[in-house]
Design a protein around this ligand. Structure first.
Ligand SMILES: Nc1nc2c(c(=O)[nH]1)N[C@H]1C(S)=C(S)[C@@H](COP(=O)(O)O)O[C@H]1N2
Ligand SMILES: [Mo]
Length: 422
């Protein structure tokens, strides 16, 4: 049983605690039992006005075991997004990190009996690892990287696109620590003709018709320095809902490849033909500016989604918020991309008629959120439309017009926040 608590983190970052928090941790074990959630009496703060009214009415704050209240979009399977206010911090706290699953059967993995199996037709020396061996047999690498769902902001598409109706919070930034995939593949004797690796996790479908969530990745991407089998997130073991005890981390690529509760890696010589690669997570060919492609899976019409598009949001002010006229306000935000590095963020307070440079903050690495700030003093009382636009070091800039695609991926339209000065 989960009793709703109204601890709502506002976009300004202050926590409003209203009402007692009585949280029973239930639903452990095989599948999550249904929460006896009463309808929320409070709206979720800071939801974008572009989100459909029905969604805005239905969105409620709800608490999964081990998590703070997040914006619940579905319970079975659990899909919960992070309120934008948490992105005022460079790293997203583990207990506020978004949760995304395709399948509702999510076992609590026992760390002692968990094994990772590495094999396949293009691995000459298949082997198995315990969690202790994963930690001790390979040098540990730690890297800051954004984990972003391909469908982040799908709910902002003007005409309904089927899928989870995410707002801005199907993403987070963390320091991921683990073994390098390349070291594991090397030990497995990955052969020269290896083409893809296939990744499977412990979760599975409840009804047999839903295909198991299995992903493949080009071998060259798996062999990159930054690709990890991670067992730590922000200095702590991975939370259950973020893939305990180990998950794949592919910095710069969308989180569909970041398989959680990893149980097997199979090295193949031919293209994998599972549903989640062959059919789902695809974008029309040539529509998005990508450098790194998944060529062995491309068709004449579409291609697997790969790199994260350059993007930014304003995090310190929410739509509809009132600030003081004539008073200096430090507007805060974040920018990120596929790892080419953020070159600049521009800020506008007049709906995009004029732009000025924002100041970039701490550089925690090229795959991390890059914080930025910009001072804004509303000259007089009235309405203002604030906008932020990021560009990266290879000359890519956020799009002004949404790039339509059937699955609602890669939303990187310039963020706007309408505020009032009084
Ligand atoms: N085992 C497993 N791994 C998975 C998924 C899943 O459904 N099962 N979903 C993927 C997708 S689409 C996303 S966006 C990320 C979400 O990561 P998070 O839940 O840790 O935020 O996990 C990825 N890894
Ligand atoms: Mo996703």
């Amino acid at each position: 049983m989960i009793t709703r608590r109204h601890v709502l983190k506002t976009a300004g970052g202050s926590a409003i605690a209203a009402g007692a928090a009585a949280i029973g941790v239930g639903g452990a074990g095989g599948t999550q039992s249904a929460a006896a959630a009463t309808p929320s009496s409070e709206p979720v703060p800071g939801l974008d006005p572009v989100l459909p009214q029905g969604l805005r009415d239905a969105a409620v704050m709800d608490k999964l075991p081990g998590k703070v209240p997040l914006i619940k979009l579905s319970y079975r399977p659990p899909n919960y997004e992070t309120p934008v206010g948490y992105f005022n911090s460079l790293f997203t706290p583990n207990d506020a990190f978004f949760v995304r699953y395709h399948l509702a059967n999510i076992p609590e993995v026992d760390a002692a009996s968990w094994r990772l199996k590495i094999g396949g037709e293009a691995a000459e020396k298949p082997f198995e690892l315990s969690l202790d061996q994963l930690k001790s047999d390979f040098p540990a690498a730690e890297i800051a990287a954004v984990c972003q769902c391909s469908g982040n902001r799908r709910g902002l598409f003007p005409s309904h696109v089927p899928g989870v109706q995410w707002g801005y919070g199907a993403m987070g930034n963390a320091k991921w620590k683990g073994a390098r995939l390349k070291d594991i593949l090397e030990r497995a004797g990955s052969t020269k003709d290896a083409l893809e690796i296939v990744l499977d996790g412990a979760d599975g479908p409840v009804i047999d018709q839903t295909p198991d969530f299995i992903k493949s990745l080009p071998i060259w991407k798996a062999l990159e320095e930054n690709a990890l089998v991670a067992y730590e997130m922000n200095g702590a073991p991975l939370p259950h809902f973020n893939g305990f005890p180990a998950r794949i981390v592919i910095p710069g690529w969308t989180a569909t490849y970041w398989v959680k509760h990893l149980t097997s890696i199979n090295v193949r010589k031919t293209p994998f033909d599972g549903f989640w690669v062959k059919t789902a997570y695809r974008v029309p060919s040539g529509k998005f500016p990508v450098v790194q492609r998944f060529v062995s899976q491309e068709t004449a019409v579409n291609t697997p989604i790969t790199e994260i598009m350059v993007n930014s949001i304003i995090t310190s002010l929410a739509d509809g918020q009132t600030i003081g006229a004539g008073k200096a306000n430090e507007v805060k935000g974040i920018a990120w991309d596929a790892g080419y590095g953020i070159a600049s963020v521009e800020f506008s307070s007049d709906g995009g008629k004029s732009w000025g440079a924002a100041t970039l903050g701490e550089d925690a690495g090229k795959f991390s959120f890059r914080p930025w700030t910009c001072s804004f003093t509303p000259p007089k009382a009235g309405a203002y439309t604030l906008m932020a636009r990021a560009s990266n070091k290879i000359g890519q800039t956020q799009t002004a017009e949404l790039i339509l695609n059937p699955a609602g991926y890669n939303h990187n339209v310039i963020h706007r926040v309408s505020i009032l000065a009084a």
